[in-house]
Structure formats: structure tokens, C-alpha cells
Design a protein around this ligand. Structure first.
Ligand SMILES: C[S@@+](CC[C@H](N)C(=O)[O-])C[C@H]1O[C@@H](n2cnc3c(N)ncnc32)[C@H](O)[C@@H]1O
Length: 287
């Protein structure tokens, strides 16, 4: 008869396996995977390390650890990631929401008063930005635009999950040209793909091999989507309407220059918690 595996020992072994594979925070990730499989909180795992694991669950846990050790991101293995206190579904069709993208939501909140506002989230992916803003602006109408139908399906699942589908309209398009009219938008927000194609190879393998490439890089320059938003946003935004974009350090100076030399005002670059340029904000100049 085999002795059943116990939670504490199983976690200790999994932590060693993940550490050997170079996973950062291996104990934390092992706990997330086991908690997910058992439907228990991490605190419940800590408080009952003596609990035994049925053989089937133990085997499933070892399989998940093997996939994690081989580089699959934990969020794709559990199918969940928290953003702005919202539990979001994620899968390989969407970028896994990053904590630093919450600075983008903060930047919009700091600039755009509450009220009946129209917000466009360009490159919605999981819908993390659109849904965070929908909860913060209860009277807002939000367009979640993405070129990828699979990503928009995930946006839709998350909108329904948080009962926000009535105020979040999904649009599949690959340019702002798909949106008609002028002067009707209060906020254009985007975490666009911004990595130069040549720099993709420098990304960690777990990102490079598992997250959608169209979510990471727009092409050779890295600025292709950002440029189109800086240009196209002028047509759609109301006077003094807000533009808020996530950027990386290498592109910060160039993006600032582009904004200062066209019809944008109040241009500011905001840092992330590490002090690196992370968000650029600007207002459409009054006509
Ligand atoms: C960096 S991801 C951001 C996803 C999500 N907003 C987030 O912050 O986690 C960029 C998204 O933009 C979409 N995208 C890339 N190029 C695009 C384009 N030209 N037009 C529309 N969407 C695009 C990708 O499919 C991807 O979902």
C-alpha cells in the first residue's frame, strides 16, 4: 500500500523542483498551484500541512509543477490573475495583466473626473483596464477594442463575470480608423504592444514562448501602435480629453517628443514603483 502524500512535504518537494528550474518565488508559486487544484486558500495550506492528498490530486499537482518548471506561466495554469482587485480569467490568447499596468488606471483616475464619460481601451486583451475603469466610473461607457478575436472573447468572459457587459462594448479592429466621428471621446487609454521586434529575444522564455506575440511587439520600431494612437486620438478625443499610454523606458523620450510636437498639452511621464518611466499622459489641445 502506498503512503498518501501530505500537503507540507508535497509543497517542500515542489518548491525544490521549481527552484531548480529557476522559477522566482518557487514556494509562493507551488502554493498557488496546489491551492488552485484543491480549491483552498494558501492560508489553509499553511495551517494544515499534515493533510493528505488523494493520489489523483497528487499526480495532477506534479503534472502542473512539471509544466511550470518547463516555463508555462502560473496564471495560464490556474486560468486566473488578479488586477485592480478583480479576479480575471486568462489564457494564452491574452497577455497576463501586470501589476505595473495598474499605474495606467491610477493615471486616468487622477486626470478624468467621474461622470458620464466615454472611454476607449485600445488593445483590451483580458479586459483588465476596461473593467477596472468600468468599476471606478460607474456611469461610463467603455469600448474595449482589440484586433484579436480570441482576446476579445476573453474580454467578454471577464465582462460577464463582473456583470459589466452592459457598459463594455467590444470592437474588433486593428486601427482607430474603425471608429467613426470626431470629438466624442473623453479618455483614450492603452497598454499597447511596444517592444521592438529585435528585443523580443531578450525577454524571459516564459514570456517569449507563452504570451501572444501580437500583445508584446507591434513591429520593428516598437512605436507603430503608439504613433497611430497619438495621431488618431486627436480626431476622436474631445477638447482637453485624456490620453494615457503605458510605455517602457527606451521609448519614453521619443513618445514625449512626439506629443510635444503635435496638438497635445499637459504632457507628463509618470514612473512605476521602481522609478522607471511607465505611463505617459497628455490632453488634447483645445481647438
Ligand atoms: C500589451 S497587450 C495589453 C492587454 C491588456 N490591455 C493588458 O494591459 O494586459 C496589447 C493588446 O493589443 C492588441 N493589439 C496589438 N496590436 C493591435 C492593433 N494594431 N490594433 C488593435 N489591437 C492590437 C493585442 O492583441 C493585445 O491584446
Amino acid at each position: 500500500m502506498t503512503v498518501p502524500a501530505r500537503v507540507g512535504e508535497t509543497l517542500a518537494r515542489a518548491t525544490r523542483t521549481l527552484a531548480d528550474a529557476g522559477v522566482e518565488a518557487p514556494r509562493h508559486e507551488a502554493e498557488i498551484l496546489l491551492g488552485h487544484l484543491l480549491g483552498r486558500s494558501r492560508a489553509a495550506l499553511w495551517s494544515h500541512p499534515e493533510k493528505s492528498l488523494p493520489d489523483g490530486q497528487h499526480r495532477r499537482f506534479l503534472a502542473l509543477c512539471r509544466r511550470r518548471a518547463a516555463g508555462e506561466p502560473t496564471a495560464y495554469l490556474t486560468g486566473h490573475r488578479e488586477f485592480w482587485s478583480l479576479d480575471l480569467l486568462v489564457d494564452p490568447r491574452v497577455l497576463i495583466p501586470r501589476p505595473e499596468t495598474e499605474h495606467l488606471v491610477e493615471a486616468v483616475l487622477a486626470r478624468q473626473p467621474k461622470g458620464i464619460v466615454r472611454i476607449l481601451d485600445y488593445g483590451a486583451g483580458s479586459g483588465c483596464i476596461a473593467l477596472a475603469l468600468a468599476t471606478e466610473y460607474p456611469q461610463a461607457w467603455i469600448i474595449a477594442l482589440d484586433m484579436d478575436g480570441g482576446a476579445l472573447a476573453v474580454t467578454g468572459q471577464n465582462s460577464s463575470r463582473h456583470d459589466l457587459q452592459g457598459r463594455v462594448q467590444r470592437v474588433q479592429a486593428r486601427s482607430l480608423d474603425a471608429l467613426a466621428g470626431e470629438n466624442w471621446l473623453d479618455v483614450l487609454v492603452s497598454n499597447p504592444p511596444y517592444i521592438r521586434a529585435a528585443d523580443l529575444s531578450a525577454l524571459p522564455a516564459t514570456v517569449r514562448q507563452h504570451e501572444p506575440v501580437q500583445a508584446l511587439s507591434p513591429g520593428l520600431r516598437g512605436l507603430e501602435v503608439i504613433d497611430s494612437l497619438i495621431q488618431g486620438g486627436l480626431r476622436l478625443l474631445l477638447d482637453a480629453g485624456t490620453l494615457a499610454l503605458e510605455i517602457d523606458s527606451p521609448s519614453a523620450a521619443g513618445v514625449r517628443e512626439r506629443l510635444l510636437t503635435s496638438d497635445w498639452a499637459d504632457v507628463a511621464i509618470l514612473p512605476d514603483l521602481a522609478g522607471m518611466p511607465r505611463v505617459v499622459v497628455a490632453r488634447r489641445r483645445r481647438r
